[in-house]
Design a protein around this ligand. Structure first.
Ligand code: AMP
Length: 280
């Protein structure tokens, strides 16, 4: 496995591989890797001759400078995990390499899927995500790119990005990996105390409850029950609980003939956790 820091070195590798007809898989990450990230890289390794994982904490997608400042960094361990997963190249660029003209996002129209939830509570977030992912797509020119359903709205944004920018890249969505308690794996879990981490399974429990209630209760009833449970929780502060159409991301008031997901964002202390689950 080779670690590359410059765009030039990535381009050399990519041009050579593609001249031989080799398929390239890209897994973009912000580091502090866990088994969830590794599952994406492993899938890339299975499906492509060359796998590239990028590690870059992208400043333009953080609307909260504290969150950016405290984002965990565990590069040595990340590299060990990637090597074990069979990754071929790790791209670890500097901010200057990725933003030579300053840390500014492009502005995108994703057709409405960017409006709710993460788009609403993290202004500018998806413009930052679109900007960095399109930069990575331009540099790595992968055949396939791997993203987790953990960030489900982001996964839809990336699919839309590929469509509106005409990238000939297949966007592969991967399942959420969870701890045995049900907590979705996330670098932000590293910032939780042991007792906070134990409490975090409440988020998973409420999503599971919503799923179990889905067949017998109206969406209004599910909303009332789950939001009430969050309100009664002594530690966890709910930011949003939204039941939405899995394709449009529009909040639903009634069931219908479409795929439905529940989405949660909640704070435990300063740490913001997100999770989601298919309800049908
Ligand atoms: P991050 O570095 O946390 O921004 O995540 C990089 C990629 O890994 C994104 O596509 C995430 O959706 C995905 N990812 C993060 N956490 C998980 C998880 N628990 N299970 C599966 N994929 C994940």
């Amino acid at each position: 496995m080779e670690v590359l820091e410059s765009i030039k070195s990535v381009r050399e590798v990519v041009v050579q591989a593609q001249s031989k007809g080799l398929k390239i898989g890209l897994t973009p990450t912000m580091g502090a890797l866990h088994e969830g990230h590794v599952s994406l890289v492993s899938r890339s390794v299975q499906e492509n001759e060359i796998s590239v994982c990028s590690i870059f904490v992208n400043p333009t997608q953080f609307n909260n400078s504290d969150d950016f400042k405290h984002y965990p960094k565990t590069l040595d361990n990340d590299l060990k995990m990637l090597k074990n997963a069979g990754c071929d190249y790790v791209f670890v660029p500097s901010v200057r390499e990725m933003y030579p003209e300053g840390q500014v996002s492009k502005s995108y129209d994703f057709g409405g899927i960017e409006v709710a939830m993460e788009g609403k509570f993290r202004p500018g977030h998806f413009d930052g995500v679109g900007t960095i992912v399109s930069r990575l797509f331009d540099i790595v020119t992968p055949d396939r790119a791997y993203f987790g359903e953990k960030d489900y709205q982001q996964l839809l944004i990336i699919k839309k990005l590929a469509e509106i920018c005409n990238y000939p890249i297949s966007i592969v969505g991967c399942d959420i990996l969870r701890e045995s308690s049900g907590v979705a794996m996330s670098p932000r879990n590293l910032r939780l105390s042991k007792s906070e981490f134990n409490q975090a399974s409440f988020v998973y429990e409420q999503l599971t409850l919503a799923k179990n209630l889905y067949t017998t209760h109206s969406l209004e009833e599910i909303n009332t029950i789950v939001k009430g449970n969050f309100m009664n929780h002594p530690v966890i502060e709910l930011e949003y609980f939204v039941i939405a159409d899995s394709v449009t991301m529009n909040e639903l008031v009634q069931k219908g003939d479409f795929l439905v997901r529940a989405f949660v964002s909640a704070f435990i202390g300063e740490v913001r956790l997100i999770d989601n689950m298919a309800l049908n």
